[in-house]
Design a protein around this ligand. Sequence first.
Ligand SMILES: Cc1ncc(COP(=O)(O)O)c(C=O)c1O
Length: 417
Amino acid sequence: MGYFSQYSNDSPWGCSLAKVLAMHDLAPAPLRGFEDRSAWAVNHDWIFLNAGSFGMRLRAVAAARADLLQTYEQQPVDFLERHAEQAVHAAREVIASFVGADPLGLACVTNATEAIDAVLASMRHLSGDILIGSEAYGAVQQASLWEAAASNHRQVRVVDTPLPAMQASDIVNAWDAALAQGTPALAIVDHITSPTGVVQPVEGIIACCRAHGVAVLIDGAHAPGMLPLEIDALGVDWYAGNLHKWVGAPTGAGFLWTSAAYRDITRPVIPSHFIHDGYLESFDWQGTRDITPWLMAPVAIEAVEQRSGWQALRDWQQEMCAWCGPQLADALGTMLASPPDCPHGAMVAAKLPEATLAAYDGHFAFRDEVAKRHRVEVAMSEVAGSWWVRFSMGPWLCPADLEVAIDAVQDCALQPS
Ligand SMILES: Cc1ncc(COP(=O)(O)O)c(C=O)c1O
């Protein structure tokens, strides 16, 4: 069953969208500013379709970071004790403006995991359960369970979201139904789901949580760079983000934004010198650590702005998803994860046929077979017993790469060795 045969009423053509797109050769044009794909650090011997897991880096950003590390190594005391504070503040201003957030709420952390763990730990003394989505990132599920066990009174409840949802409102309704069964202390909502790359209708979910008086933490690990963000306007309590995924900062750059109402109780997972000195101060220094990824985030933001512009990059990624997704689902005879009325981000995921599951010893074995046979790197996840293959639209890719990747996934799915 192809993607649009699943939603046959939505197909204006009465045949598969994939075929229509292919017939009219509507492959996206190259992204202006990134024609030279060697600008990226990624190894082009591979078709690398997994920028989503650990991010993407421009060579120029990696080189600038190496220079900065060299400066640090030459005089670490001067670097950390005389200049770091001001440099962190300056970077914060740029990052805050990029994600539409009040800089006074934007704390420097190493990654989204650390940001989310800080919120969970800071909520420890408040009573009530933790509500998470059915596709919450594995580490977030585990951290929530850990905190719940430590509290002795909390439960972790999971929203039963349909996958695939037929429309965005099905996702909102699932949250509403879960909230109606009891009011948790905290809801952790994915802005973009990790296994399936769905851009969730967070505004609707936030409105439901607000109506029930529930504190909201958005897990936006994938959102900065991929989506234009206005964090202040979302009306949430915390927003956890990564800058090393879609912004292209070096690995180890994340942030936790906290609303003014929660800054007094929100503290980092590592208490250090300044734990008593206020919200931002407590996060900015947590012992000796490498702050160069955070300091490089403005360089990464500026580099993309100069080459293509952020909005042009986002438009191109959405176009690539819209062009490639239906072809991937058709090749597998399955469906896409994203409801047709959810906007595309920079990732698209399709279900694997049931028959494929029996032929492999787990979903990573399938991923590794695609890599071994075809030198194509895709992301694979298991959600409630089904397997999903996810393509990430790194700016070094072209439509021909995606055609090779679709064939590779189809080959391994339909002809297991
Ligand atoms: C939705 C989501 N949340 C949190 C994380 C954790 O990010 P990190 O490993 O950078 O802490 C990820 C990582 O892929 C993710 O996809």
